[in-house]
Design a protein. Structure first.
Length: 344
C-alpha cells in the first residue's frame, strides 16, 4: 500500500513532529498534491515525481526453491524531498534516498538497509528506461514489463528476472487512491503479474528460484490523517489467476480499501463497506493470521504468515513477509504491517 517511504519521511526530516505514522499526517504546503481529475498516465508516471514529498518503488515476490522450499523477497527504494520545490530531476541534494532489501524463509528473515543523499549519483530513478537504484542494488529494464532486480546484504544476495504477464493496474479512481475519510490520498499503481526466475544465495551459493512478483509505485505528500497510526497491507496472488490488493489504515475509525483484479487484468475498486478484514492470532504484538471477506464476490480468505517473526530490523522497524492463502481460493502473497510495537 502506501508505505515504506513514510519511514523515510521521519528519517530525512527529523524536525517533523510525530503526526500520524512517521509524521505522515503533517501538513504539506508547497509540495505537489494528488488530484482526482488528473489520472495516472503511462509512460509519463513511470518517472520520479520530485515535487511530491514521498515516493517509492517496491517489489515483493513469493518464491520457491527447486526442492519446493518456500521463501519471499522484498526490494524497496524510497525517495523523500527534504524541502518543497525540489529539483525536477529528482536526483539533486534536496532529495534523500533509502533502500530496504530482505529474504524471508520459514526459519529466517534477513534484512539490509542503505542510505543516500541526492546529488552524488549513489541513488536515483528514471522512467525511460525504467530504473531505480541505490549503490549496487538495482531495479532496471527498458519498461516495467521486463526487469532485472538485484540486492544483497551480509548474509543474502539475489538476482531475479521479472517478466509481466498482465497489464499495469491503477488503484482507486484511475490511480487516485484515497487513504482516509478526510480525503488524504496518494497516486498508486501496480504491476501484479510478474513471473519471476533467478537465484537467491543464503550463504551456500546461488540456488534457482521461481515464483511471482508484485511491483508497487506510489507517491504523495500527506497521505495519512493525523490520527492514523499505521497500516496493514496485502498483495495476494490467487492460484486461479486473480489478484487482490487490500489495506487497512488504523485510526479513530479504520479506513479500508481494496482492488479486485481478474485473471485478464480487469480491475474493480471496492469501498470500505464492501470489505471485512479481521486480525487473528498474534506473535510479538502483531497479527500473523488474518481473514479477508469480500462477500459480494464470494471471496472468503484466510491469510497466514510464512514466518511470524519477519520483522524488518531497520532504523524504523516494521513487519513484512510472505503469506499463504486458503479458504474460497488458495495462493500466496505478501503482508506489510506498520505502527505496531514489537513485544517479546
Amino acid at each position: 500500500m502506501n508505505r515504506r517511504i513514510f519511514l523515510l519521511a521521519a528519517l530525512s526530516a527529523p524536525q517533523l513532529r510525530a503526526q500520524g505514522f512517521a509524521g505522515l499526517g503533517e501538513t504539506s504546503d508547497g509540495y505537489g498534491q494528488p488530484d482526482p481529475d488528473r489520472p495516472v498516465t503511462f509512460p509519463r508516471d513511470h518517472a520520479p515525481h520530485p515535487d511530491y514529498r514521498i515516493e517509492w518503488w517496491y517489489l515483493t515476490a513469493p518464491l520457491s526453491f527447486a526442492d519446493g522450499t518456500l521463501l519471499g523477497v522484498q526490494w524497496t527504494l524510497f525517495r523523500s524531498a527534504l524541502t518543497s520545490g525540489a529539483e525536477s530531476s529528482g536526483t539533486g541534494p534536496s532529495q534523500a534516498w533509502l533502500g530496504h532489501a530482505a529474504v524471508t524463509t520459514a526459519d529466517t528473515h534477513r534484512v539490509a538497509e542503505r542510505y543516500a543523499r541526492g546529488g552524488t549519483g549513489q541513488a536515483g530513478a528514471s522512467g525511460q528506461p525504467f530504473e531505480a537504484w541505490i549503490d549496487e542494488w538495482t531495479m532496471r529494464g527498458e519498461t516495467p514489463e521486463a526487469l532485472r532486480l538485484t540486492a544483497g546484504g551480509t548474509d543474502f544476495r539475489y538476482d531475479l528476472q521479472l517478466r509481466a504477464e498482465g497489464p499495469l493496474i491503477r488503484h482507486g479512481k484511475d490511480g487516485f487512491s484515497v487513504k482516509s475519510s478526510a480525503g488524504q490520498a496518494s497516486y498508486y499503481y501496480s504491476q501484479p503479474f510478474y513471473r519471476v526466475r533467478g537465484t537467491v544465495d543464503l550463504g551456500n551459493g546461488p540456488k534457482d528460484v521461481i515464483g511471482q512478483g508484485w511491483l508497487d509505485r506510489e507517491w504523495s505528500s500527506q497521505p495519512l490523517a493525523e490520527d492514523q497510526s499505521g497500516w496493514d497491507w496485502f498483495s495476494l496472488n490467487l492460484d486461479d489467476g486473480r489478484r487482490i490488493m487490500a489495506f487497512r489504515l488504523r485510526g479513530a475509525e479504520d479506513y479500508l480499501s481494496c482492488t479486485l483484479i481478474d485473471r485478464d487484468g480487469n480491475s474493480m475498486a471496492l469501498d470500505n463497506d464492501q470489505i471485512i478484514l479481521r486480525a487473528g492470532r498474534r506473535r510479538n504484538g502483531v497479527p500473523v493470521n488474518w481473514t479477508l471477506t469480500l462477500a459480494r464476490h464470494d471471496i472468503f480468505l484466510t491469510i497466514e504468515a510464512l514466518n511470524p517473526d519477519a520483522w524488518m530490523t531497520t532504523r524504523i522497524p516494521y513487519w513484512e513477509g510472505p503469506v499463504s492463502i486458503s479458504g474460497s481460493a488458495s495462493g500466496r502473497g505478501y503482508l506489510e504491517m506498520t505502527g505496531y510495537e514489537r513485544r517479546g
